[in-house]
Design a protein around this ligand. Sequence first.
Ligand code: ASP
Length: 590
Amino acid sequence: MTPNNKYRNTNIGGLSEANIGETKRVAGWVENIRDHGGVSFIDLRDMYGVLQVVLRDTSLLDGIAREMSISVEGPIEKRDEETYNPKIPTGTIELEAKSIDVLGKVYKQLPFEIQTSKETREDVRLKYRYLDLRKKKMQDNLSFRAALTTLARNYYAEQGFTEVETPMLIKSTPEGARDYLVPSRINLGRFYALPQSPQTFKQLLMVGGTDRYFQIVKCFRDEDLRADRQPEFTQIDCEMSFVEQEDVLNTFEGMMRTLFKNVIGVEIANPIPRMSWFDAMDKYGSDKPDIRFGMTIHEITDVAKGKGFGVLDGAGYIGAISVPGAADYTRKQIDELTEWVKRPQVGAKGLIYIKVNADGSFKSSIDKFYAPEDLEKIANAAEASKGDLILVMSGDNCRKVQTMLGVLRLEMGNRLGLRNPKEFAPLWIVDFPLLEWDDETQRFYAMHHPFTAPKPEHEKYFYSDKKEDLEKVCANAYDFVLNGSELGGGSIRIHNADVQKRMFEVLGIGPEEAEYKFGFIINAFKFGAPPHGGLAFGFDRVCALFGGQETIRDFIAFPKNNQGRDVMIDSPSEIDQTQLDELQIDIRKE
Ligand code: ASP
């Protein structure tokens, strides 16, 4: 839209040689000032571009400083050819300033150079986020995010989904994290919780007859902060009635295909491959495998045991990966890798290596116990070729060892440059176990959330009291994974009050607590609830991924820092005593 008011009658980005000879009024920020004696130049920037303003009357420059907002009027002229700037679309023209109005002065020293703010400490950028946002790249990121939102919204609208807003002040729904709580002044001593997701509400919409729901929605989770995790984040959330898993996956695949095609011009696999959770864990040691490269995990327990080497003989599971072409790793490199896996982030006790030399001979850290024939058997089981480096880990708990090997696999993938950022390898992880046993608390937790239904064919185990039986129950639950990141997940839900009650029982939530916390949904399931299922995906991460950048903070206008603080508005902050009194809340000082 072309503006036309006292500040401007065109956007800078819209100007071209076609405007030469016209008098234009533009408004924006002073990016740069260059004084060349008799003549000065200003680079003026708005959201749409940068324009060179030439000041032949240098008195016009009086009082002008960088990052002021100004309005300038004058004719558009062609630049002298030797001063063309091929880097900007307006590089062959300039505006000769006849008058300048200062609209917003700069009163303080700029805390950082806006164009190079990436080099500034992030907390400083975040404190002055409004300055950081002036940078073209940040504005581009916001526009990019908005374009993705529009595409997603249009897709869901075309598919007949109804966009419904669910409340932000709700009751605690456990989804694995802690809730952010909001005290209620008019119901003293009581608290709302901010939604970790609209899960129960979207299910209630299905009971209410909304056939297909979607929402672009803020969610709040009070989790320990990890790199690139925000306490509040955005989901694209959907739910559908009278559906099976296939319907949900197809709908979502359609949307991802639309985004990939329209945003980055990539045709993704059709259909998107699927892998069971069990295969993902066995082969990749992760429920979000990066399948851009192989180097899969092989179990070598049978061939590696019984040779008198205590560590392996005593292990319940032994696994290996074959790192292609890494047999020339030096002693030093292997020692460094061994230290790397011993870090708490990986948690391995050690690392065994077997080099398959180019001539087919072996060199290993276990040569004392294993004859070449034994090593060959291991190499075959690990599907190693000549020139490969086999890395072996062992332990009692198969999943723990696989997880450590999975981390090592990713690291080796990085080191060998096998994780091409330009390649996109999406996949569905399906058939998740319904429950996850926690040794520490000696109870089951829902692997996805407590509203996920057991597979009908596994219901017999679901009603068993035996831990081994309950461990066998799987769900029609699914995650969308891309290049080693989980972008979204969902499931077919419970829609029967008795099954839901049983689920709470299995999770160790007694009938009274279940009634108190979830009575509303159990009740709703007593009134002809339709079978339903859905999915949600993390929109911030999708933006960062499609935008080809590593941090989601670059795609959030006002993110929190890695301590969960907004350093610009200084939040969280202390509360006035009057406010506390109104809420009858005392703060313990210790
Ligand atoms: N509410 C779930 C989540 O936030 C997604 C879903 O099951 O639809 O992960």
